[in-house]
Write a protein that binds this ligand. Structure first.
Ligand SMILES: [Zn+2]
Length: 236
């Protein structure tokens, strides 16, 4: 049978460990949440990028088309004017100019046609990106929701443990509780450890003095001579 103080303190230590474990998990949650948000933004950015490609493509087609219209207007004006000129040389110059414009217009028109053929592929890429994005966001939303539920349940557990701890701490004398809490703050292994078979401390593994050992075996509250952790004898 273990000493009563050790049993009571072990219970407290166990509650503290559970609480610490939950606190650690809660502390990792903001980063996890940010990761989910970043994944959602990345999925949406892929759609936006595909849409930008289509928009730039269509704008380029529109620009080329208005360029064609401007050249057509210019050519038509030259043709009208050429009907009025008397001098043959002037007429030939205008004819040549008009032919050059026709050639330029033709080039731009075939360019527009070639570009227009690419439009369905680019638009399909947008649809595909939207589909993939929707799937990703569905999964991320689910994850985010589960996350929120887990967090809620962690907080509830923590509340419950907090009141259990309060009750457990009340069972202990302050001469035991105070050094325990000091060691707990130090965050250097379990404050309370069992003495190992060969009479060494369960924390620092150094041999305890015969006096400390005999006190521990009598069930008294003792500290390790080396690391000052609280030690108890498992089988009195
Ligand atoms: Zn020790």
């Amino acid at each position: 049978m273990r000493a009563l103080w050790a049993t009571a303190l072990l219970k407290l230590q166990n509650l503290d460990k559970q609480m610490q474990n939950i606190r650690t998990r809660l502390s990792l949650m903001p980063a996890e949440r940010n990761r989910i948000i970043a994944s959602k933004n990345a999925a949406e950015a892929k759609v936006a990028a595909a849409e930008k490609v289509v928009a730039a493509h269509l704008a380029m087609i529109r620009r080329t088309e208005s360029e064609i219209h401007a050249l057509e207007d210019k050519r038509n004006r030259i043709r009208q004017q050429s009907a009025l000129v008397k001098k043959n040389s002037e007429y030939q110059t205008m004819l040549a100019e008009s032919a050059m414009l026709d050639q330029e217009i033709g080039k731009l028109e075939s360019h527009v046609l070639a570009e227009m053929e690419k439009t369905p592929t680019l638009e399909a890429a947008v649809q595909e990106a939207k589909k993939v994005c929707a799937g990703e966001i569905r999964a991320l939303k689910q994850e985010y929701m589960e996350f929120g539920e887990a967090e809620k349940s962690f907080r509830q557990d923590l509340e419950k443990l907090r009141s259990e701890r309060l009750a457990a701490a009340e069972m202990l004398e302050s001469k035991i509780l105070e050094p325990y809490e000091e060691l707990l703050k130090g965050n250097d292994g379990d404050p309370l450890v069992p003495i190992q078979e060969d009479g060494v401390c369960g924390n620092c593994s150094l041999k305890l003095t015969p006096q400390t050992l005999s006190s521990a075996r009598a069930g008294r509250f003792v500290l390790c001579d080396n690391c000052s952790h609280l030690v108890y004898d498992e089988d009195l």
